[in-house]
Design a protein around this ligand. Structure first.
Ligand SMILES: Cc1ncc(COP(=O)(O)O)c(C=O)c1O
Length: 446
């Protein structure tokens, strides 16, 4: 273990003031529940003032190493200069016009060149918009209503078709809920069972291609063929995997040919740019050329073609094309995983922590004295990492700006936090955790 001096962050005065006011102004206190106060310990920053590279600063001036990087969206680094430069240039030319901007065609050609499986693309500002668009097109194309998704996967959209299938379904009519069904994420048998249970009813399957577990290399060839055999379409949601598991995403790694892919998060280095790519025959349903045929009102939003988000995505793609970003990010993930194994083995804690996921998205399960996953101990571990200058929620999403020195810093904080964790295992988390435990985002009651 390298000898690194860690900070001791204890001043959250301005954060506490912010926390006391924000819930009177914004329901949930944030614009995604994942960033909310119930996702962080009491001793934590309430809001960020600015960030650069892989570091961010809070209202009290405390500095943190960022590990989830804007919910996976910042793939190159915060305020990454080549992306900022492209955005600045675009800002000078205007951001929204009365007709499309010429950059839309440039971007369409550029992005589609990365996804040879697909012929057409539609842009949006949020991931939920493009996953819902893929579902809408699938329903129109197949004339069916039911949407299938893996039971274990957490999130595809805040729209009714998805949220109605979670425990957070308040406000969604039962009539809508019945149209979303689930299968076991890695089981072709269960997929087949589902198709047989809902014969000629399933319009599409939507799935993140890689979620915490490793699938057989031919899984998608078989799964997509099965869906097609049953008349359903396949939507591969690359929101998190895109520009992370591979470039452009898992579609390449699995040599898969889904009918659609949905993209967002890291593809514009944190700027708001998302996309739906798909096969022409189906995407054309959202076009205006099918004379006399019904028109699908696909994605139609005032800000969908906002020019600087597109410029940010183009600059991000350029960086990926000119550098081996994927290799760098995976190496950072591997370095962290090796370091964590070393710490846990040395401290005899391997049964209390579990590393999950992949080198491009490294997850951590924190357990209690009974060796069961536990939110109290998880919150305590987050609290200790934050106190040592690492804004950590149990996930490392490596970016092009993370260096091994940053990970050494993170590992030093991890090691010291383990020391507190050991003491908590002996005498109870209650003696160390300040405030409440974190809560699941998808919960029925507050
Ligand atoms: C797999 C997946 N799909 C879709 C979405 C929705 O994206 P957005 O938050 O941009 O609407 C998310 C967001 O977390 C996601 O993780």
């Amino acid at each position: 273990m390298k000898n690194i001096t860690l900070p001791k962050i204890t001043n959250f005065k301005k954060s506490d003031e912010y926390r006391s006011k924000i819930h009177n102004l914004i329901p949930g206190g944030a614009h995604t529940y994942s960033k909310g106060d119930d996702q962080f310990p009491t001793k934590s920053p309430a809001a960020i003032t600015h960030a650069k590279g892989v570091y961010c600063w809070d209202l009290d001036g405390n500095k943190y190493l960022d590990t989830l990087m804007g919910l996976y969206s910042v793939s190159l680094g915060h305020a990454y200069e080549p992306v900022l430069e492209a955005v600045r240039t675009q800002l000078e030319k205007g951001v929204n016009f009365t007709r499309p901007s010429v950059i839309e065609m440039e971007m369409a050609e550029k992005f589609l060149s990365l996804v040879p499986q697909h012929d057409m693309i539609k842009f949006a500002k949020n991931g939920s918009v493009v996953t819902t668009a893929a579902v809408k097109l699938s329903r129109a194309y197949t004339g069916r209503h039911v949407v299938a998704r893996p039971a274990e996967h957490p999130f595809y959209s805040y729209d009714d078709w998805f949220i109605g299938s979670t425990s957070c379904d308040f406000g969604i009519p039962n009539e809508i809920k019945q149209f979303t069904v689930t299968y076991k994420q890695d089981s072709l048998e269960d997929l087949e069972r589902m198709f047989n249970e809902y014969p000629n009813q399933i319009a599409c399957v939507i799935s993140e291609p890689e979620k915490w577990i490793v699938l057989e290399p031919d899984f998608y060839q078989k799964a997509i063929a099965l869906a097609h055999k049953h008349g359903a379409l396949w939507i591969m949601d690359e929101m998190i995997t895109g520009f992370k598991s591979d470039f452009p995403g898992s579609i390449k790694k699995f040599n898969a040919e889904p009918d659609f892919c949905t993209w967002g998060k890291g593809i514009a280095n944190g700027f708001s740019f998302c996309a739906l790519t798909g096969k022409k025959e189906i995407m054309e349903y959202g076009g205006i050329r099918r004379r006399g045929e019904p028109k699908v009102f696909l994605v139609s939003t005032t800000h969908g073609g906002e020019t600087h988000g597109i410029a940010a995505a183009m600059a991000t793609i350029d960086v990926y094309e000119k550098n081996n970003v994927i290799q760098h990010n995976h190496a950072i993930g591997d370095y962290f995983i090796r370091g964590v194994h070393e710490i846990l083995t040395r401290r005899n804690l391997t049964e209390y922590f579990e590393i999950t996921g992949f080198n491009w998205c490294v997850g951590l399960v924190v357990k209690n004295a009974q060796k069961e996953p536990d939110f109290f101990y998880r919150t305590l571990f987050m609290q200790e990492m934050i106190e040592r200058g690492v804004l950590y929620q149990g996930i490392l999403s490596p970016s092009f700006s993370h260096t091994t020195a940053d990970i050494d810093f993170m590992l030093a904080a991890f090691d010291e936090s383990c020391h507190v964790f050991e003491r908590a295992l002996e005498s109870g988390y209650q003696n160390y955790l300040v405030g409440e435990e974190i809560k699941p985002v998808f919960r029925k009651f507050n």
